[in-house]
Design a protein around this ligand. Structure first.
Ligand code: ISE
Length: 336
């Protein structure tokens, strides 16, 4: 039978997931939406058959018909939402970041282990993007030899309101931290954050752009340009430099038009458009696995590892220099 999902948080991402579950994916329906902003929650619930709006998380999770939880509230609210889901032993799809800090991520690792089974898929949706999936398959095939370096570019048209220099790491570069670990199958061991003189497009006090260098335990380097106020659109690109060749994605060559003495294509306006298909595939994979009683994809361990890398990056950002990443031992519970 159809999976009844409670969506926590009805901001940009939560509202898009409600639309997705209702109109795009199959096997699930939105049974409840939760938001402190009750007007916003009620407006969304009104558009979905059988969906109830709640201001209170605990009340929503015990309401009849709720079988699973999709957490799309801001990062600092994730720990409480996940602990509440664990209290009712409900499966969770948790938007990134798992938590903005390592201490909270460690508490979640402990709490999930106490349940005795994994319950969390973390919303690192790039792992479901067709281009990234092809790049990983190519790297895994060994055809190009050992990956030596990854060059990543991550550009947003503008920073969301209230975004800080640390959030550029925790909310944006977090994706490249995960994708670097996943593409290479290696762990990140050290991070250095550098910054040029800020762009005139950036609000006063925001370090934008920033340049992040990740070192891995396999001896690879992964650099990330994060530019939040690029203005022209949303662009995410990655190039792998391997011993015998290079491979790159994200050029957006879906449609190239030549006319009137020029050639070119379009740039997606934002991440919801650029990663639309990845989000659809991610949510469908979560629904399908949940209905089979399984947990797949990036989990709490990956969320913790990324939180630890981000914490080191924010230290490098504020104190300068290279900062080592020290992870706790990976519990057998989270063995790959
Ligand atoms: C946002 O939260 C995301 O997850 C997007 O993928 C990222 O590109 C953006 O910079 C973040 O603010």
């Amino acid at each position: 039978s159809s999976l009844g999902v409670a969506v926590i948080g009805t901001g940009r991402m939560g509202a898009d997931h409600v639309r997705r579950i209702t109109e795009v994916t199959s096997g699930a329906h939105v049974a409840a939406v939760v938001d402190l902003d009750t007007d916003r929650a009620e407006a969304i619930a009104a558009g979905v058959d059988g969906c109830t709006a709640f201001a209170d998380l605990a009340e929503a999770l015990t309401s009849p018909g709720v079988d699973a939880v999709l957490v799309a509230s801001p990062g600092p609210a994730h720990e409480a939402a996940l602990l509440a889901a664990f209290a009712h032993d409900l499966p969770v799809l948790c938007e990134k970041p798992l938590t903005p800090d390592t201490a909270a991520a460690l508490r979640l690792l402990e709490a999930e282990q106490r349940l005795g089974h994994r319950r969390v898929q973390v919303g690192f949706m790039r792992r479901h993007d067709r281009e990234y999936v092809r790049l990983k398959a190519l790297l895994d095939s060994g055809e190009l030899g050992r990956p030596l370096m990854l060059h990543n570019r991550h550009r947003n048209p503008e920073n969301p309101p209230g975004f800080t220099s640390a959030m550029a790491i925790n909310d944006s570069v977090a994706h490249e931290m995960d994708i670097t670990r996943w593409l290479l199958g290696q762990e990140v061991t050290a991070v250095t954050v550098l910054r040029p003189r800020p762009s005139g497009n950036a609000p006063e006090g925001l370090a934008d752009p920033q340049f992040v260098v990740l070192e891995t335990d396999g001896g690879a380097l992964s650099d990330v340009e994060i530019y939040l106020n690029a203005r022209y659109g949303y662009q995410v690109q990655a190039e792998a430099v391997c011993e015998h060749g290079t491979a790159r994605i994200g050029d957006g060559h879906g449609l190239l038009v030549t006319a009137a003495g020029r050639w070119g294509g379009t740039v997606t306006p934002g991440y919801l458009e650029r990663f639309e298909d990845a989000y659809d595939r991610e949510v469908q994979a979560w629904v399908d696995a949940t209905r089979r009683g399984e947990v797949t994809g990036p989990g709490t361990w990956d969320g913790y590892a990324v939180a630890a890398i981000c914490e080191a990056a924010v230290r490098s950002q504020t104190e300068g220099g290279r900062v080592e990443v020290r992870l706790v031992d990976r519990p057998d519970f989270y063995a790959v």
